[in-house]
Design a protein around this ligand. Structure first.
Ligand SMILES: Nc1ncnc2c1ncn2[C@@H]1O[C@H](COP(=O)(O)OP(=O)(O)OP(=O)(O)O)[C@@H](O)[C@H]1O
Ligand SMILES: [Mg+2]
Length: 267
């Protein structure tokens, strides 16, 4: 199994008052368990604040869980040391909603793409540039973009560059956290198509997080529904006769415009 999430919980302590020392605990992730296998695209939907991004940070080893653990290829990610952590960083990539998050505004696109290759590959600069040009053309971008700065290109182009940057490292596991939310509908569709092609070519495991249930249905073989930190439903997207138990999921599924695939629904 590529990724195993076992009874994962994350509790945050937040101050209720700036003056008095009143603290409150928020269970952002509550006893989540699921697996993602090689070549599998698993969707995660749920309303804003239900814990999707917290769950991604826990899986990416960016935050420690309060309880539970995550295994990557059978190893607890917090038991990894030195070179193993570096290898985990290469093999598990995340792309965020904010298209500027991973790009340094002061670096040309080419340098932002060279950076991960410099950190993880011992190959010549020409070989690195060849890899970059190949993936850029696969993403339907022209080489001129490499000489531009992130602020001089569109949000859709920046998100394509972010996807290229993550996939240049040929990761085994990828998390996409709301990567199309800030883009217009046409750009969303183009990026989803590009992602679908790249996933097929690279046979990665993917956790695709979105408010857009139509996008999730388009990409994923399984869909998980999160509500108030807990995974309340797991749906097999290939099973058309959904056997939905949870009332929140029923509302979500009922909102899918079956006869109008171009209409997107946000949750
Ligand atoms: N570092 C933190 N400290 C305190 N509380 C936090 C922290 N990070 C997240 N939370 C809280 O945890 C809950 C889950 O937040 P999270 O960002 O994971 O939700 P989300 O499902 O990704 O939402 P959205 O769809 O809006 O991105 C929220 O109540 C949030 O305020
Ligand atoms: Mg989020």
């Amino acid at each position: 199994m590529l990724i195993e999430v076992n009874n994962l919980s994350k509790v945050y302590k937040t101050k209720l008052s700036l003056i008095k020392s009143h603290n409150e605990s928020i269970k952002a992730v509550n006893d989540a368990s699921f697996n993602v296998d090689i070549g599998e695209v698993v969707g995660l939907v749920g309303e804003s604040g239900c814990g999707k991004s917290t769950l991604s940070r826990l899986i990416m080893r960016l935050e420690k869980p309060t309880e539970g653990y995550v295994n990557f290829r059978g190893r607890d990610i917090w038991s990894l040391k030195g070179e193993e952590i570096k290898s985990f960083r290469k093999n598990c990539q995340i792309i965020f909603q904010d298209t500027m998050t991973s790009l340094n505004p002061n670096m040309k696109v080419l340098d932002s793409l060279l950076e991960p290759l410099n950190n993880h590959y011992n190959i010549s600069k020409n070989e690195k540039i060849k890899k970059i040009e190949d993936i850029i053309s696969f993403a339907n971008l022209k080489n001129e973009i490499l000489t531009k700065y992130p602020l001089d290109i569109s949000g859709g182009e920046r998100q394509r560059i972010n996807i290229c940057r993550a996939l240049l490292l040929e990761p085994e596991f990828l998390i996409c956290d709301e990567i199309i939310s800030s883009l217009d509908v046409c750009t969303q569709a183009a990026i989803l198509n590009m992602l679908k092609r790249l996933i097929k070519v690279n046979s990665m495991g993917v956790l695709f997080i979105s408010h857009d249930i139509s996008a999730v249905k388009y990409l994923c073989s399984r869909i998980m529904v999160m509500y108030k930190g807990a995974i309340v439903e797991k749906i097999d997207n290939e099973d058309k006769a959904y056997n939905i138990k949870n009332s929140y999921t029923k509302k979500l599924i009922a909102s899918i415009p079956i006869n109008n695939p171009n209409k997107r629904v946000k949750v």
